[in-house]
Ligand binder design. Structure first.
Ligand SMILES: NC(=O)c1ccc[n+]([C@@H]2O[C@H](COP(=O)([O-])OP(=O)(O)OC[C@H]3O[C@@H](n4cnc5c(N)ncnc54)[C@H](O)[C@@H]3O)[C@@H](O)[C@H]2O)c1
Length: 386
């Protein structure tokens, strides 16, 4: 059995995403299962090298997980010939310079979203990566969530008939940080530091809509900064300059209307933190992160509007649970495995820096739509720049 060792410089692993989802639940989990087995009999063995700004923190993190390679110098990591992949889960603003350096050093790229703060930079990254002939991947974790996999299965089976509309609710209350600490990092609430719910969530909405339902053709958005003052990790008051709630209508190919709300200033009254409903001529379905339930046209009740009497039916009980029918693993890990298989064995992989740029494009056009108060078409990206 041949073992293919892949050295991965992992930057931003002290952060929420970098540590839990990427290091712990993906790379270390792949090592714990004995590596990634490829269909041709080879095994991919990821060998992480932790990169971070704070030597004490990064050394302690490496020691806690029995890893011996770490550094506070990105240049040193990129100069290491055993490193073939650069992974980035830093704050969004630090991403473009780091990815650019890694591409110039000839490393393959795997990165968190958004790939950049502007479309121009996102497209430039994709172009230089193509020109360098490296392989590149961008995290699109929601596609691999059990709820959305089941929703996609329903779409692919033709269950919905003609899809008419999509409704999505994402959000929860993010504490201001004064009388209770905030549960998200403060940079998310400062636009000058790469924050904002449009830049955070529209990249997700782009790949979810494009892949699960139909390509996005236009956007109309309205956003707010509902909470203008917040308190940071050290308890210092700061001005929240970024949008913390966004309401958008997307038109998809085939005339489908998708209306998605994203908010850090709402309180949860639904089963999961995100929920999507698809309505079609033949059936409807509601998916969360893990679950998905469906209602076929033949099982659709016939409610009659009568405000004079209490509800006569238990509408929520009239849906059927869609079964897993498979072992559904952590979405971040599934995508890492796809990327590693693409890297080592050329397995097909479409979630690249171009897909990442399409996400940034939707965030940029969404912001423009909000500023200008109008619907904006979403054009195809120009790969050549000629
Ligand atoms: N895929 C998803 O579902 C998902 C969810 C949340 C965040 N994200 C993305 O992941 C990235 C990290 O988000 P997070 O919530 O883990 O953030 P975080 O603040 O918890 O972590 C940020 C990481 O970047 C490092 N860093 C590097 N330069 C920095 C600087 N100048 N200032 C502050 N930190 C710096 C920090 O040390 C830390 O390791 C963001 O780009 C975000 O958009 C993705």
């Amino acid at each position: 059995m041949t073992r293919e060792v892949v050295g991965i410089a992992m930057n931003g692993v002290t952060g929420r995403m970098g540590y839990r989802q990427h290091l712990l639940r993906s790379i270390l989990a792949i090592r714990e299962q004995g590596g990634l087995a490829l269909p041709d009999g080879r095994t991919v063995w990821p060998e992480p090298i932790l990169v971070g700004r704070n030597a004490e923190k990064i050394e302690a993190l490496a020691a806690r997980h029995g890893l011996d390679k770490w550094t506070t110098s990105l240049d040193e990591a990129l100069a290491d010939p055993s490193v073939t992949v650069y992974f980035d889960a830093q704050v969004t603003q630090a991403r473009v310079p780091a990815l650019t350096k890694a591409i110039e050093a000839g490393k393959h790229i795997y990165t968190e979203k958004p790939t950049a703060e502007t479309l121009e930079e996102a497209v430039r990254l994709a172009r230089i990566a193509d020109a360098a002939g490296i392989k590149h991947g961008v995290v699109q974790d929601k596609l691999f969530l059990p709820g959305l996999l089941k929703l996609k299965r329903l779409v692919d089976s033709g269950f919905f008939g003609r899809i008419l509309s999509v409704r999505g609710e994402f959000g929860y209350w993010v504490f201001e940080g004064d009388w209770q600490p905030a549960q998200r990092p403060s940079w998310n609430y400062r636009s000058e530091d790469g924050g904002g719910i449009i830049l955070d969530m529209f990249p997700h909405w782009r790949y979810v809509l494009d892949h699960v339902i139909a390509p996005v053709r236009s956007v109309y958005a309205e956003a707010r900064t509902d909470i203008p003052t917040r308190w940071d990790e050290r308890g210092r008051e700061y001005k929240a300059t970024a949008d913390d709630a966004a309401y958008a209508i997307f038109e998809l190919e085939g005339g489908i209307v998708a209306s998605l709300n994203s908010s850090w200033t709402t309180r949860v009254n639904r089963e999961e933190l995100v929920e999507f409903q698809i309505d079609g001529t033949h059936g409807s379905a509601v998916a969360g992160l893990r679950t998905c339930k469906a209602q076929h046209r033949a099982a659709t009740p016939k409610p009659v509007w009568n405000p004079d009497i209490p509800a006569t039916e238990d509408f929520l009980a009239q849906w059927q649970e869609v079964p897993d029918n498979a072992v559904l693993d952590n979405g971040f890990k599934v995508q890492w495995e796809m990327f590693l298989a693409h890297l080592v064995a050329d397995a097909p992989y479409s979630h690249d820096l171009w897909a990442g740029a399409r996400g940034v494009q939707l965030a940029e056009l969404g912001t423009q739509s909000w500023r200008e108060g109008r619907k904006i078409a979403v054009p195809e990206l120009d790969r050549t720049g000629k």
